[in-house]
Design a protein around this ligand. Structure first.
Ligand code: ADP
Length: 193
């Protein structure tokens, strides 16, 4: 780790189907930093049939959230890898107020810092339409509605939380992918300045 290293975390926050994962991937490839997606890590664990996968499979399939303490372990272990030392995106974490507190602690322990939170907004009817079109295993109609409900109840409060800390940046997600990327690129560029 050189003197220039800045383990800056940029969080992508938004409802399921907002396209935050897609955007994080695009920008991460451009900036040559990793995107850490908790949803992808958990799905990989389920596919691999690991102990973690067995613990989370049923919860994920129902649209509910995996336990906060278990998530903190998963995220901390991942952020200890030195591929995050030059900065990284976090997609899908934190998702609850407790997880936001856990993230602050984890970043302190791994020598990282929270650089900003990108909140990708999309109207709810568009979210449902996108989710049904995507057709992933946990994208059945009842599960989609459950995931949106869980989002409104547990994750949406993080918007005010990060806004009050001066970290929140709103991004209009209901535009062409490239336009959303342009908007995020401008925000991330201004953060670095
Ligand atoms: P999306 O991008 O569609 O919002 P994800 O791929 O991020 O969905 O997550 C899929 C599922 O994985 C969630 O519904 C939840 O069960 C589990 N999960 C992912 N991240 C977290 C988290 N931070 N806390 C708890 N559960 C999580």
């Amino acid at each position: 780790m050189g003197a220039e290293a800045d383990k800056r975390c940029i969080v992508f926050l938004g409802p399921p189907g907002s396209g935050k994962g897609t955007q994080a991937e695009i920008l991460a490839a451009e900036m040559e930093i990793p995107t850490i997606s908790t949803g992808e890590m958990l799905r990989a664990a389920v596919s691999a049939g690991s102990e973690l996968g067995e613990r989370v499979e049923a919860v994920m399939a129902s649209g509910a959230l995996v336990d906060d303490d278990l998530m903190a372990e998963v995220v901390q272990a991942r952020l200890e890898h030195d591929d995050t030392d030059g900065g990284f995106f976090l997609d899908g974490y934190p998702r609850t107020e407790i997880q936001a507190a856990h993230l602050d602690r984890i970043l302190g322990e791994v020598g990282g810092r929270l650089g900003g939170v990108l909140f990708v907004t999309v109207p709810e009817e568009e979210l449902v339409r996108r989710a049904l079109a995507r057709g992933r295993g946990d994208d059945r109609s009842e599960v989609i509605h459950e995931r949106l409900r869980v989002y409104r109840e547990q994750t949406a409060p993080l918007v005010a939380h990060y806004d009050s800390r001066g970290l929140l940046h709103r991004v209009a997600g209901h535009q062409a992918i490239e336009e959303v990327t342009d908007e995020i690129r401008r925000i991330v560029g201004a953060l670095a300045a």
